[in-house]
Structure formats: C-alpha cells, structure tokens
Design a protein around this ligand. Structure first.
Ligand code: SF4
Length: 624
C-alpha cells in the first residue's frame, strides 16, 4: 500500500479510537516494541493472538516468536489481537481493516500471518480476525496475492476442525520451525513458483502439516474411513516438532501500556511432564522433559524485572516441583527478589514432589500468599483411575505441612466428569474439602481459608482418555449440585466452570474436518469470544450444528471404539496410540502407571526423536 494510504488508514483509525474502550489496546508504542521501517525488510510476519490485547500480550509463546523473528534483519514481526466488540463494530462501520500495532498495516499486506491457537474456544475469534483482516477464510480461496496463514499452539494437536482455514500448521514447538517457514517462504518468493509449490515445500519442514495435501474419507456411520496423503511430499504421520534442548530464555520484554491480565515476568523453567495423568493433554503432548539451566532462568528474570518494573515473577512449567533443581533455583532467586521487593508465583506444584525444604524457602520468600494443590479427584479410587495416585493420608499430611509453614489460604483444584466417576467420588470432594478446612482451622483458627475450584473433564486427543465420552451435561449439573449442597455453610468458597462451555470445548477438541463448517456457521451466527462467559452463547453452536447437518452427540457423547480412526491419528504427538490404549484399559482396571522417570515404558518419544537426541551436542533430554 502506498504511504499516503497507510496514513489514511491510521488517520481514520485515530478518529474512531476515542469512541472505544481502552484505545491503548490498539496503538502499540510500548517499551521494547520493535518497529522496522516497512521497506527495510523483505518478509513481513503478522503474529496474531485471537483474543484481546489484555490477554494476548502476556502470552509467552507469542512474545518468544516476536523476539526470535525480530532478531533477523530481513524480517519484521508485528502484532495483532482481536478487537473488543466495540472496536469491531467501529472498524466495520467505518469500513476499516484490522491492522498491526507496529506499522499500522492491514493484515492482508503481510507475507505471513501466524496465528496462535492455544485453546479451542478461540476458533471463532480466529475466523473473525481473518475476516476483519480481509483475508479469505478458506485456504482454497487464497491466491498468490494473499498472505500465507500458518497456525500453532496447544489446541492444534488436533488441527482438523480448523484445517480448511489454515494453509500450514506448525505442530509442536515453534521456535526453530518458524525460522524455517520464513526461509522456505523467501526461497519460494524468489523462485516465482505458484502457491501450491510453496505448500509442498512447507510440508517438507519437520513438524509442518499442510492440510490441503491430505484427504479424509468417511464411513456411512460418520466415522473416518481413511486419512490419505494426497501428495508425495505429505508425510504420514506428521511428527510434532521438538527441540533437543530449550533455547536460552527471552531477555527482551515488552512492557504494555494498558493494564493486562498478568503483570508479571514469566519464564519457562521446564518443558514436558512424565507423570502421565490420564486426563492431561499438556502432559502427554509436550514430552519429553527438558529443563532450563538455573543461570539462564535467573538472567531472563533479571532482565525482565529491570525492563518491566513488575512486582511478581512466575516460574512456568507443568509441574514446577518436579524441576530437579527447584530448591537451588528458588534460593538463587532470593537475592534478586528481596532487593526488588518482588513476589514469586509457582503454579503447578505436585503434592507428591514438594518437600518441607521447598515449603521453607517458598514461605520465607512470599509469606502471606495462597497455596494451590490439585488433587483432581475426591477419592483414592478415582485418583488411581486418572493416574494421579495419592492417598487421602498423603494429601492430609501435605495440607498439615502447608498450614504448619504459615499459609492461611489454600486453593484446591478438582475435576468432575472423569471416566468411571460415581456420585460417591463427588461426595468424596465434599468430605475431603471439609476435612482440609478443619486442618486449617486447627492451625490458623478462623483465618484459615479454603477455595475449591471445579472444572469439567474433557476427553482430549492424544491422551489415554481420548476414547472416553464427555459426561452427560445433566449428570454434570447433578454433580455440581452435590458440591454446592455439600460445601454450603462450610465457609468454603467454590468456583466452577460453566458445563456448557466445557461441552463446546469437547466438540471442538474432538472434531474432524467437517467441524470446520460448524465453526464457520457459528461465527456467522454471531459467535465471538466463546471463552468469555459474558459472550458465550451455546445457541449459536446448536444452530450451527443443524445448519451443517451434523450431530453434536456424535462428537461428545459416544465412547469411541479402539478400532476407530480418530480425526487426529495422522498427527504424532510423541506417545504411541497403542500405549495410550493400554493405559485406557489399565485405567478401567484401576491400575496405576508410575512416573516414567522411575520406569520407562517406551512411550514412543525415543523411537520418533532418538536420532534428534543423538545429534544434540549436550545429550538432549534424560529418557533412558
Ligand atoms: S521414552 Fe520412556 S522415559 Fe521418555 S518420556 Fe517416554 S516413557 Fe518416559
């Protein structure tokens, strides 16, 4: 677009900004943002987070890619987020496209649009962004003149529900793959070949899945007959991308100029988890475990604190207390934190793996904060089924230690709707919570506080529970009622997820390629911000199923047979389907699978990635 047109775009946007809430979301200009003169680089990448700035800006994955891409002198990475509903209306009524925060360019002007899809209830926002960015929604309608639309994130380990809208997916870890995608794009651009040639070349990059190179056929009962690679360049299966070692942590932090959801410096201390909780998607798809060295973590936090002035640091991982050097790490943080009066948040502590020693150092660093534990189920029996083995006595022992170390406030996470759960298991949550509050009262008297958070189990792809049905919503309501009644009057605060929102997540995460029609229709019916309770409307979706001629129960209600080809079977997330199936059978027998750091059960990581590990100069990760 010539310069005068950009000026016109921005001048017109400036006229509508005073009419919308938090205009700071749309102006960029933050400390450490990277603005390169548009004509100074050959490749322009728009990094899109399909939710509002306030949420997307603190997304670590997006920040990492922004940093990595902008380190290249031939690439400019710019950001775009979903406009809030008032801004969307203002853009549409002024006939303005969605634009990037840095150079204020319409999304359609970029070479590559990279979309982050961390959860499924963001899919309608993704379509909305393409529409507002004036990019054809379906990959088949895009031409040489349109950007290449790529997507990554945790949700797209089942890429099929959004396959028709994406040109290429990066399955797994994006830090290296994104650079290879850019290289591939550049060499295609100089070759002058057609768009099809670009897609074929992209399919040659490890971890990249190009959906248009595959066909899916269905049986009369609606299940999948085959998934076929329709081009010699399309591999079957598509292996996820991993790195043998984590790259150095980020040292350049962007400082938002409006209030955002998480005002803290976050660093990922470890990737992957070997515990094998059967409901846990992240635990299954992010193997193997790779730890980041302490020194690297401390350097990143020091930069982050100095640049942002935030008063909290967060150490991210799926199971922080499993980080082998957790106590030395927190000791190492002591000086950094105390000289700056900064708090630490350490989400995802495992009940079995944190020691009194860890409690001592944590309490001395952040006295007064709350403590969070996730037993996930109310009885020992059910905890064995979900492979989170823990006796009631072990749990109570930990709780006593938490209160003894001076914490007054405890949060417990539970899930309802697990496969094999009975009403007695749900009553077990009540009994356990009341007993835990009693312990708290014994130690801290009336100041003891207990908060119980309840979510609904969703059978996720690539987990041992991928064959299980989603619980009947009427039964979920019944179980919630048991919890409400049981905890009432006990001075226990209870929060819970809307089971209808979980039902939507179940449809979307378990869908096949035909689900794309449902997403499209729901978006046309007005679905936006489905992850926001004030915007979520199940009617848009029920209507969309009717419009698409599909039965929602087919996706959520039935137990899938072991023989069925699952919509995501052609994606290899690392753990073999046979291993998952055996684990599902074990769960039905109440049999526990120990943490594989004790006994390796050859889950599939080494057969897929053994060569990568051998090639790694420092030996990669620690599977036997
Ligand atoms: S290969 Fe063995 S040790 Fe490594 S993640 Fe799989 S089961 Fe665990």
């Amino acid at each position: 677009m010539p310069h005068h047109q950009i000026d016109t775009l921005w001048r017109r946007v400036e006229r509508i900004l005073p009419t919308v809430t938090k205009p700071g979301r749309y102006v960029g200009g933050e400390l450490n943002q990277v603005v390169k003169p548009w004509d100074s680089v050959s490749t322009h990448v728009a990094l899109v987070f399909p939710d509002i700035y306030d949420l997307g800006q603190s997304n670590l994955g997006m920040a990492l890619l922004y940093d990595i891409l902008n380190q290249r002198s031939d690439v400019a990475a710019e950001r775009a987020f979903s406009p809030w509903t008032d801004m969307e209306a203002a853009l549409r009524s002024a006939d303005l496209p969605l634009f990037s925060l840095e150079n204020k360019r319409s999304l359609a002007e970029f070479d590559i649009v990279g979309v982050s899809l961390p959860y499924e209830t963001i899919y309608t926002n993704f379509l909305n962004i393409l529409d507002l960015g004036r990019i054809p929604l379906r990959n088949q309608d895009r031409t040489q003149a349109h950007p290449l639309v790529i997507a990554g994130g945790q949700a797209i380990f089942n890429p099929e529900p959004v396959a028709p809208f994406v040109d290429a997916f990066v399955i797994g870890e994006g830090e290296q793959a994104i650079l290879e995608v850019v290289d591939c794009f550049q060499s295609w651009q100089t070759s002058g070949a057609d768009r099809e040639a670009l897609l074929v070349q992209l399919a040659g990059i490890s971890g990249v899945y190009v959906p248009s190179l595959y066909t899916v056929d269905y049986l009369p009962d609606g299940t999948i007959q085959h998934i076929t690679a329709a081009h010699p360049a399309a591999s079957l299966p598509v292996n996820k991308r991993i790195m043998a070692e984590l790259p150095p942590a980020m040292t350049r932090f962007l400082v938002p100029n409006v209030e955002v959801a998480h005002e803290r410096v976050s660093v990922e201390i470890m990737r992957g988890c070997t515990r094998g909780c059967r409901f846990c998607h992240a635990g299954m798809v992010n193997r193997p475990i790779r730890e980041r060295p302490i020194e690297d973590i401390l350097v990143s936090l020091r930069y982050g604190l100095d640049q942002t002035g935030y008063e909290e640091v967060s150490l991210l991982s799926l199971s922080s207390s499993d980080y082998s050097q957790i106590v030395p790490l927190i000791e190492g943080l002591r000086q950094l934190l105390s000289e700056r009066q900064v708090n630490i948040s350490l989400p995802s502590l495992r009940i079995e793996s944190f020691s009194e020693e860890l409690m001592d150092v944590l309490q001395s660093l952040s006295p007064g904060g709350g403590f969070t534990l996730a037993p996930e189920a109310g009885t020992e029996r059910l905890r064995n089924i979900i492979n989170k083995p823990l006796t009631d006595e072990e749990l109570m022992e930990t709780v006593r230690a938490v209160f003894r170390h001076g914490w007054k406030s405890l949060k417990l996470y539970f899930m309802i709707g697990h496969p094999g759960e009975t009403l007695e298991d749900v009553e077990g949550i009540v009994t356990l919570s009341r007993a835990i509050l009693q312990e708290g009262r014994r130690a801290a008297g009336g100041r003891a506080r207990l908060h119980v958070g309840v979510s609904t189990f969703i059978p996720k792809p690539h987990t041992p529970f991928q064959w299980a049905p989603f619980e009947d919503p009427a039964v979920i309501q019944q179980k919630l009622a048991i919890l409400h009644d049981g905890l009432r009057g006990a001075k226990i605060k209870m929060t819970w997820n809307d089971p209808k929102a979980s039902l939507l997540e179940a449809w979307l995460s378990r869908g096949d390629r035909r689900m794309a029609e449902v997403i499209f229709n729901a978006w046309r019916n007005g679905a936006r911000f489905d992850a926001w309770s004030e915007h979520f409307n199940l009617d848009h979706w029920q209507q969309a199923f009717i419009q698409s001629g599909l039965d929602p129960h087919f996706y959520s209600k039935r137990e899938r047979s072991p023989e069925e080809i699952l919509p995501w079977d052609h994606i290899n997330a690392g753990v073999r389907k046979t291993v998952l199936l055996k684990d599902y059978e074990w769960s039905k027998a109440g049999k526990v699978r120990p943490d594989c750091r004790q006994t390796c059960y050859a889950c599939g990581i080494l057969s897929t990635f053994g060569v990568l590990r051998l090639a790694s100069p420092n030996g990669g990760w620690k599977c036997p």
